[in-house]
Ligand binder design. Sequence first.
Ligand SMILES: Nc1ncnc2c1ncn2[C@@H]1O[C@H](COP(=O)(O)OP(=O)(O)O)[C@@H](O)[C@H]1O
Ligand SMILES: [Mg+2]
Length: 330
Amino acid sequence: MKTVGLTYDLKTDYAFKKDDPPDANAEFDHPSTIDVIDSAIQSCGFKVKRIGNVSNLLEHIDHLDVDIVFNISEGIGGRNRESQVPVLLEMAGIPFVGADALTQGLTLDKIIAKKIFIAEGIPTPRFFEARNSAELINTNHFKFPLIVKPRFEGSSKGLSENSRVENKEQLLKQVEFLINTYKQPALIEEFILGEEFTVAIVGNDPPEVLPIVQIKIDGDLKLNEKFYTFARISSDRLEYVCPAPVASDLQETISALALKTYQAVECRDFGRIDFRVDNKQRPYVLEINPLPSLSTEDVFMMIAKVIGISYPEMIGRILNSAFKRYHLTQ
Ligand SMILES: Nc1ncnc2c1ncn2[C@@H]1O[C@H](COP(=O)(O)OP(=O)(O)O)[C@@H](O)[C@H]1O
Ligand SMILES: [Mg+2]
């Protein structure tokens, strides 16, 4: 029987530092998510060895005794944090599930990712970067509203109702807040009024695009100025609707763009792409997540239900994609 190692970060293990914002551990997983992934892997016929975070991995890397690692670790810090586990596993020659270090790094940094989207002809909102507020002098060629996001965070970290700005004064204030609180440059994008979608993909050669999911906030699908803030994630004001109730030509456009994005950044085994679509039905890719949440409350598991498979079967598909890629047999 093959053994699957599990690398992850737990919300409960995070030690808050003095200057940390309240959402500092937002990307980490609940212990219950690790439990369900663990039992899902077991029910696929494997032994599971829990490794834990990158420090534990580093300590035990020479005697791991696993055939492959299922990695959902977010890493310690900085824009390369999600690359830390993959690069160690690569060094040690241990196969692992999911995108490699390069893809994790370039997608966590939303500006680098957007540069790749642009080079590949993938539509993404117009943007600029501010490393300090002095850089905001010449913004006249951008149309308000704008949205101010941290350059390399996920899980809506740093996003609140103040993130959408309507004028220069609000922009300046939010950029200063963000840079001081999150200790990184601000990414400023044109705010796309309209609707929001997210698309999950599983596998390689060819990857399978799953039915698209639409985001509903406060009961509305036409979100316009509404968006996904950190506070909304844990509230019941946000719902996922799958399959998305949109015309089939828009579904096809979004699915094709999701696949193109997955391939552009060389994502592997699984991933999720976030979209806004404006009121003229023009889609924009916001970002791609090579480490999307596998929590039972999240998008992947909702899709599993829609396509008629169980949670363990969804985990099994992801795992099998990696097995095939490495020519491993079960
Ligand atoms: N340009 C934009 N226009 C409108 N809403 C946006 C834009 N960028 C981000 N958002 C909103 O903020 C949310 C989080 O942004 P995203 O870029 O996906 O970062 P992350 O999910 O990593 O925090 C999106 O799901 C969306 O609701
Ligand atoms: Mg997102």
